[in-house]
Write a protein of this length. Structure first.
Length: 298
């Protein structure tokens, strides 16, 4: 088996490469089918997924059995300021990969987001719930999902949320930096979701990739918290003596008028995982504690 990891320098892509190299994840050994599997990583410097010709060239050169698309324009505020760029990466890119996977007979695993939902319902969203994104990021990611389903019949879509990992930028690292520099952080307390460790997500991506259990999945850490709760736990586990002050989304928007709207309640329910290959995602506090046990600051 050969896997092509697109966006291999990001927090999920790099974790997938690490797990495949080790033959195990933080959740346990990989399937026997993946032991010794060949994999190759491509990031934006080697593959521009917004260009169909580039995607076809890489597929021709590599001939993968599975393509895992971790590439995305994830800067939520940046998507509002640069909607065409967001559209190209988050929608056209997945379309190109889906078309190529169908042509070459490869499976496609595509990573999406909780932000495809509006956050207006106070219950975790299931895979059968109707998306209605409120930001350009969510809108372009939803179209990317639709293209994947339309153009590649052997595809998996995994929606995740509040992702953090050992490599790349993320909320955990930002809070560590700001907490150390300022001794205080102010974080919204009325936006709720599921913090997700990239190690847990990588394990499930690979577990699904070797199956024929195609479809849309939610794959997030277990348990719901606010960004404020998340930050308090980050400071506690890191040992940083910083004051964490809650604020409302309205107060944050007044201080940052350029910021995109965020869902108030974007928690997801991993129903499809539970009912198919099994849900091994850790509780968000346990997964965060594991992150700090293993994280070596850059």
């Amino acid at each position: 088996m050969k896997l092509l990891i697109v966006g291999s320098n990001g927090q999920l892509g790099s974790e997938l490469c690490r797990v495949l190299e080790l033959g195990k994840s933080e959740l346990g050994m990989l399937s026997y089918d993946l032991l010794g599997a060949e994999y190759v990583g491509y990031d934006v410097d080697r593959l521009d997924i917004t260009k169909m010709s580039a995607c076809r060239r890489v597929m021709t050169d590599e001939k993968p059995d599975v393509v895992i698309n971790c590439a995305a324009y994830t800067n939520v505020d940046g998507c509002e300021a640069h909607p065409d760029d967001a559209f190209a990466v988050n929608a056209i890119g997945p379309r190109n990969l889906a078309v190529c996977c169908e042509e070459f007979g490869a499976k496609l695993v595509h990573i999406s987001t909780d932000y495809v939902f509006p956050g207006t319902d106070p219950n975790p969203r299931c895979e059968y719930d109707t998306p209605a994104p409120i930001s350009m990021y969510g809108k372009t990611k939803l179209l990317g999902e639709e293209y994947v389903k339309q153009f590649c019949h052997r595809s998996f879509i995994l929606r995740t949320a509040w992702l953090y990992g050992y490599v790349g930028k993320n909320f955990v690292k930002t809070m560590l930096r700001v907490g150390r520099q300022n001794g205080a952080v102010t974080v919204v307390n009325d936006q709720l979701g599921n913090p997700t460790n990239a190690a847990d997500l990588a394990h499930h991506v690979l577990k699904l990739a070797i199956t024929d259990e195609y479809g849309t999945y939610h794959c997030t850490g277990e348990g719901v918290c606010s960004w404020y709760d998340f930050t308090v736990e980050i400071m506690r586990l890191s040992g940083i003596n910083a004051t964490v002050t809650p604020c409302t989304s309205e107060e944050y928007a007044a201080a940052h008028p350029e910021a995109a709207r965020r869902p108030a309640f974007s928690a997801l329910d991993n129903k499809m995982l539970r009912c198919s290959v099994g849900d091994e995602m850790r509780n968000w506090k346990d997964a965060l504690a594991s992150f700090f046990e293993n994280y070596k600051e850059e």
